[in-house]
Design a protein around this ligand. Structure first.
Ligand SMILES: C[S@@+](CC[C@H](N)C(=O)[O-])C[C@H]1O[C@@H](n2cnc3c(N)ncnc32)[C@H](O)[C@@H]1O
Length: 386
């Protein structure tokens, strides 16, 4: 009988679809003698599926599952590695399927053990860095081994749309400087897009053959006869990441140009109030709160505003945030969903900031227009395979 995938998703907070867990299970129960390596188990839904498959398929001798167990919103604690490992162990124990599972922390893998395993299946659902994963594992896969990859899509995820492509991080109008640390992200255009570009490369170069496509995951077979994944392949994949950075800068210059239309209205407020900086934030519902992302800002003497990071509405006390004043721009229609905030700093004498209703309305409609145009830009982007 098939496992209860809904229950697994519910109890281990699985992030893939039921269809994709089912596909993973049916592939795993068919594979030959050897080891499964999973990268990015998070709280273990996929590992449970593999563990249950191992109870049906005695050829699955070992399941090695590797996660960074930190800096992710998909795990129980954001930064407590031990607690996250314990959570994964408990979830496996709840389904009584952990006996063949070895848990490893990314960056501290037991390579001696991994290298002596014939790997018959590789499951990847981590951060999109398939150049690293294929360079580590491809040559250890047995001929015809299965490779299951989640989130392979030509799209920008919401995090990238809100954050990498738009946040203002400094006093510069140069999109490259403005992108700052986002250019150093392992997946500059996000996991989905990066995975898609890398998978296209691996198919093009003859490393993988598509077996089936699920909801967001794809199952591949290691091509036969096997090719050797070389240093050159790694370099070529790293060049894809460089091209992705260029795309990110190009998108940023477009979003900056669109948002730049807010400047006259903001300058008028600045002149009227005598404040030093105004930052426009876009609110997005998150964790039963509203999280504000900076989308545009102006600073002193025609310059840009300084970085403020992201803020939750619950952290905005009365009208302020630290030494800054915050004005929430709620409109009735958008009350619960999207809304904007203005963060003002350097007001003379810290006078309370207020804005006449008429100006507030015209600012909200200007913000709506900028948002609509930005969304249209994202929709119209053709994400090439690089
Ligand atoms: C989308 S979640 C995985 C969801 C999970 N497979 C499931 O079925 O619910 C991505 C996971 O990848 C992990 N991760 C991020 N970078 C990693 C790395 N370099 N190596 C291994 N895991 C990583 C994150 O900690 C997170 O737990």
């Amino acid at each position: 009988m098939e496992p209860d995938f809904k229950k697994i998703i519910r109890e281990a907070k699985g992030l893939m679809s039921e269809e994709d867990y089912r596909e993973l299970y049916h592939e795993a129960i068919k594979i030959g003698k050897g080891t499964i390596v999973e990268i990015g188990p998070a709280r273990g839904a996929g590992t449970i599926v593999l563990g249950l498959a191992a109870r049906q398929n005695s050829d699955i001798e070992h399941i090695i599952t590797i996660d960074s167990f930190q800096n992710s919103r998909s795990i129980k604690s954001f930064d407590n590695i031990e607690e996250n490992i314990e959570d994964l162990r408990n979830n496996l124990a709840a389904f009584d399927c952990g006996e063949k599972v070895t848990i490893m922390v990314a960056g501290h893998e037991d390579w001696e053990l991994i290298r002596e395993c014939p790997i018959t299946m590789l499951v990847i659902d981590a951060d999109g860095a398939l150049d690293r994963d294929f360079s580590n594992y491809y040559n250890l896969l047995t001929p015809g081994a299965r490779v299951f990859v989640d989130d392979c899509e030509a799209k920008l995820n919401s995090h990238v749309r809100l954050y990498y492509t738009r946040e203002r991080t400094g006093y510069t109008d140069n999109p490259e400087e403005d992108a700052g640390g986002y250019l150093e992200k392992i997946s500059p255009l996000g996991k989905e897009c990066m995975t898609r570009c890398f998978i296209d490369y691996l198919i093009r170069e003859g490393f993988l053959e598509v077996l089936s496509k699920g909801h967001k995951a794809i199952t591949f077979k290691k091509s036969e006869p096997s090719l050797l994944f070389s240093e050159t392949n790694l370099t070529e994949m790293q060049q894809i990441r460089e091209r992705m950075k260029e795309e990110l800068i190009a998108i940023r210059s477009k979003t900056m140009r669109i948002a730049g239309r807010l400047r006259p209205q903001l300058q008028e407020i600045q002149e009227k109030t005598g404040c030093e900086e105004i930052l426009v934030m876009k609110g997005v519902p998150m964790d039963r709160d509203i999280r504000y992302y900076p989308i545009y800002g102006i600073g002193k003497d025609g310059k840009r505003a300084s970085d403020i990071g992201r803020i939750y509405e619950k952290d905005i006390h009365k009208s302020g945030y630290g030494d800054k004043q915050v004005l929430l721009l709620k409109t009735r229609r958008l009350l619960k969903k999207d809304k904007y905030a203005l963060v003002i700093s350097g007001l003379p004498d810290q006078k309370p900031f207020c804005i006449p209703l008429k100006r507030k309305r015209s600012l909200v409609s200007a913000l709506d227009a900028v948002e609509t145009e930005t969304q249209q830009l994202f929709k119209s982007l053709e994400l090439s395979s690089l």
